[in-house]
Write a protein that binds this ligand. Structure first.
Ligand SMILES: NC(=O)c1ccc[n+]([C@@H]2O[C@H](COP(=O)([O-])OP(=O)(O)OC[C@H]3O[C@@H](n4cnc5c(N)ncnc54)[C@H](O)[C@@H]3O)[C@@H](O)[C@H]2O)c1
Length: 308
């Protein structure tokens, strides 16, 4: 199927960044649909300020790319009807997502591909009431969506191979690194691993083994440094699977395996220690430190990805 017209449903933080990603390929015409009027281009300009500052793209290139984005709040617009592929990025709410897709299905062609950018919800459940379920698939972009290359393409219980492969090809055509999640499981692929690590990190603090700063330092200056080059399974092959077996045979019994959020996390929730938002979480944060952490992360990602 020839994909040309991309529709982003939901022009919030993720929707804007996803729209920007698609402008990288001149073959695509991008539309953004939102129930509220929003200045998509202004949002993208703001998000891309660091890319311009670092010389990844020029202001002129960005403006040229933005000319390929249309915006509408009208669900009956031609921009909706002409869509070949839709990426939904509305609020993380099952009912709102289902209603959005029901409205889109009533207006788009039966072969229009439907993607959901849900962070955690099941694509099978979101698409439950649709008529053409084989063309529906999860596309989990990671924040910041204009920088992080990974997109998890998540098959529902009804997604066709053709849909998944078409979406993978489209994502590659805009410079993303799509991976296929063959089963609709909570956390997909990457968040399952990420939160296994967070669970252990919190447990180490909770059990007085090390404080939060030390936990983060231990990651950042050891395996964290290797991770962008060396995934865990290549690492296991590198050291030998027999060694991995012996280590697991000894250590797994001691690792955190709780199935509920830790008591420490519950206590922080009760005390309103929300992290950056409240100025205190596992650590204390001034507004300046919060701003610096956010800016430093983007700067680091730009250096890693573009060498700038
Ligand atoms: N924020 C993240 O880090 C992140 C990462 C990956 C995936 N996601 C997922 O992406 C989706 C969007 O997240 P976000 O952070 O961009 O949220 P957001 O609140 O910034 O944006 C949501 C947008 O959807 C619009 N909207 C709401 N209901 C709508 C409807 N019925 N029709 C059309 N538009 C509607 C809102 O007006 C808003 O502009 C969520 O499913 C979220 O879980 C978020």
């Amino acid at each position: 199927m020839d994909i040309k017209n991309i529709l982003i449903a939901g022009g919030g933080m993720m929707g804007k960044n996803i729209a920007f990603v698609f402008t990288s390929n001149p073959d695509y015409r991008i539309s953004v649909y939102d129930i509220y009027p929003t200045d998509v281009c202004a949002g993208i300009r703001k998000n891309c300020a660091q890319l311009i500052e670092k010389g990844v793209i020029t202001e002129a290139e960005l403006e040229q790319r933005l000319t390929r984005i249309d915006f509408t709040t009208d669900i009956d617009s031609e921009l909706i009807k002409r869509a070949d592929l839709v990426i939904e990025a509305v609020f993380e709410d099952m009912q709102i997502k289902r209603e959005t897709f029901a409205k889109l299905e009533a207006r788009c062609r039966p072969d229009t591909i439907f993607c959901t950018n849900t962070s955690v919800m099941s694509p099978s459940e979101i698409s439950r009431d649709l008529k053409y379920r084989a063309r529906f698939v999860g596309t989990h972009f990671w924040n910041p969506g204009h920088l992080i290359p990974l997109v998890e393409v998540v098959k529902s219980d009804a997604t066709s191979d053709e849909t998944a492969q078409t979406v993978m090809a489209v994502l590659k055509a805009v410079g993303k690194e799509p991976v296929l999640c063959k089963k609709d499981v909570p956390g997909f692929i990457a968040n399952r691993m990420q939160h296994a690590l967070w669970r252990e990190a919190i447990s180490i603090v909770e059990n007085g083994i090390a404080d939060a700063e030390t936990v983060d330092k231990a990651v950042r200056y050891s395996f964290g440094l290797r991770l962008p080059q060396l995934g865990p399974l290549t690492n296991s092959d590198m050291v030998g699977t027999e060694l991995t077996y012996n280590i697991h045979n000894y250590i797994l019994q001691y690792l955190e395996d709780s199935h509920t959020p830790s008591p420490l996390l519950s206590q922080m929730k009760e005390e309103g220690k929300m992290g950056f938002k409240s100025g205190e979480g596992f650590m204390k944060w001034t507004p300046e430190e919060v701003e610096k952490q956010n800016a430093d992360l983007n700067e680091y990602l730009i250096r890693m990805l573009y060498g700038k």
